[in-house]
Design a protein around this ligand. Structure first.
Ligand code: ZN
Length: 309
């Protein structure tokens, strides 16, 4: 079966430099691509991930210097969770205290230890301690290998009800429901280890979300390639009467978008061609990369973008 689960998560941030510093210096992720929002080229688009920017490890941001803060509510992604070695939670708790990072206390969910925290814009994040993860390569993160992040664990969606979205997850996106705990319903994409889990928190009656700084903009799911993506699009149309956008070329993957029944913007993105398509794997993220259709406007774009240290 083709690889399933999360491809990337895209969120909205405030000042670009602050965003960059947090994800690289505090969390030890790699900036694997520095480009612009193809639909708004005066804004950066940062991609953070593991060493190669593999699907299932990529958190991306549109940083707007003066963005208004969002408000979490129904029809939105509630939390984005990374995998760390089981024994690393205490180390991270200490790090968050030392660096003044807003965080909660470790809690148990589905038997796993989870440490919730926030990024500088208030984006809800967490670390899940997973047994055996310390044996997976960590790459060059600047952090000790036995604590470093190993891609996504999951996202949770805050929805009025789980069933309509669950039907899309299970019939189209390769997930199966595997557990329930309180108001949480857990889905898993086959045996995908990195980014294979998605939780729905049912919270009927909660206020609707207002998107802004610290909000997740959309969640992208993996397709192996164009044929696999097209088959998923057909199932959405035939079985769920859901139409997607036309395919958009995002340079590093090709994407279609649709609004799932719970209100969250979903994307289906191809695994190919990946981030090494326009710069060497060793130097990912060091130069500002533009798609061909914007290359002619490079000097103007570089003038508008905030300077980065
Ligand atoms: Zn996306």
């Amino acid at each position: 079966m083709a690889s399933r689960g999360l491809h990337h998560v895209t969120a909205i941030a405030g000042p670009a430099q602050r965003n960059l510093n947090f994800y690289t210096h505090v969390l030890g992720l790699r900036l694997v691509k520095k480009t612009v929002n193809f639909d708004d080229p005066g804004t950066y688009h940062f991609y953070f991930g593991n060493e190669s920017g593999a699907p299932g490890t990529i958190l991306t941001f549109f940083p707007w210097e003066h963005v208004a803060p969002g408000r979490l509510g129904i029809g939105e992604t509630q939390e984005t969770v990374f995998r760390v070695p089981e024994g690393a939670i205490g180390w991270w708790l200490q790090r968050f205290v030392e660096k003044g990072i807003a965080h909660g206390t470790p809690e148990k969910r589905f038997g796993e230890t989870v440490l919730p925290f926030r990024d500088p814009d208030g984006l809800r994040l967490a670390l899940a301690g997973i047994a055996g993860v310390e044996n997976e390569p960590a790459g060059n993160t600047g952090l000790p290998a036995d604590v470093a992040i190993r891609g996504f664990h999951s996202v949770s969606l805050l929805l009025a009800e789980a069933a309509p979205t669950g039907a899309i997850l299970t019939d189209v996106l390769g997930y199966a429901e595997i557990a329930r705990e309180g108001s949480l319903v857990r889905y898993r994409a086959g045996d995908t280890a990195v980014g294979g889990i998605l939780d729905i928190r049912e919270a009927g009656g909660f206020l609707p979300a207002r998107m802004g700084g610290g909000s997740v903009h959309h969640v992208a799911f993996r397709a192996a390639g164009d044929a696999d993506q097209a088959a998923m699009v057909r199932r959405l149309a035939d079985n769920h009467r859901l139409a997607v956008t036309e395919q958009r070329d995002r340079n590093y993957f090709r994407s279609v978008y649709f609004r799932e029944p719970g209100g969250v913007l979903f994307e289906i993105a191809t695994d190919d061609p990946g981030f090494a398509v326009d710069e060497p794997a060793e130097s990912l993220g060091t130069a500002l990369k533009l798609p061909a259709f914007l290359e002619g406007h490079r000097s103007r774009i570089e003038k508008v973008l905030p300077a980065l240290a």
